[in-house]
Design a protein around this ligand. Structure first.
Ligand code: ITT
Length: 191
């Protein structure tokens, strides 16, 4: 089955591809202009996920999109829906990480979770799939793998950050892997 993934993020594509396996072939919308409609901060996951509608309307094709956020307990769920732009519009991962580390300085509670919401539009219907991984925020950056906030996120059950763990382990237990597995289960009925 061929399916369009509405994203500009090559890391997401690599991770989702690894979980999807051979039964699905991901087609990318190259240089999506979707970003233009995302400049305004939006308070809700569902509003963030209008990527898929945009693709459907402009490219005329069914597709899925995903948004991921980091939710930190001691920061009342921040950065949440503004995870990508937490330290400003440049979306710089190092500035985002430094801001989180500064805000958590001296905080004992370092509990956090990644949440991925995948939104699918198929035959005119819309479906949502959610994946969560719980963990803690490390005291400092560690590791070179992964992307985004991975160098400071330690998933439950491990001592290493996502950036220190192998991609195989991340793609087994991550928020994105969990949401993608639910998507696969659902899509199996359409193959
Ligand atoms: P799209 O084109 O799919 O929107 P994006 O990179 O803009 O790609 P998001 O809007 O979902 O994606 O941004 C999510 C933010 O969370 C962004 O700063 C990422 O670096 C970070 N992020 C997403 N998934 C992550 C993961 O698995 N590990 C660490 N950080 C992640």
């Amino acid at each position: 089955m061929k399916i369009v993934f509405a994203t500009n993020n090559p890391h997401k594509v690599a991770e989702v591809n690894e979980v999807l396996g051979d039964a699905f072939q991901i087609i990318l919308c190259k240089r999506l202009v979707v970003k233009k409609i995302f400049l305004k901060p939006s308070p809700h996951w569902k509003e963030m996920l209008c990527k898929k509608r945009y693709v459907k309307e402009n490219y005329g094709t069914d597709c899925f999109a995903e948004d991921t956020g980091l939710e930190i307990e001691a920061l009342n769920g921040e950065p949440g829906v503004i995870t990508a732009r937490y330290a400003g519009p440049s979306r710089d991962p190092y500035s985002n990480i430094n801001l989180v580390l500064n805000k958590l300085h001296n905080k004992e509670n370092r509990n956090a979770q990644f949440r991925t919401v995948i939104a699918l539009i198929l035959n005119g219907e819309e479906y949502l799939f959610e994946g969560i991984v719980k963990g803690t925020i490390a005291l400092e950056k560690r590791g070179t793998g992964g992307f985004g906030y991975d160098p400071i996120f330690v998933p439950e059950g491990y001592d290493q950050t996502f950036a220190e763990l192998s991609s195989e382990i991340k793609n087994e237990i991550s928020h994105r892997a969990r949401a993608t597995k639910l998507l696969i289960e659902f899509l199996k009925d359409f193959i």
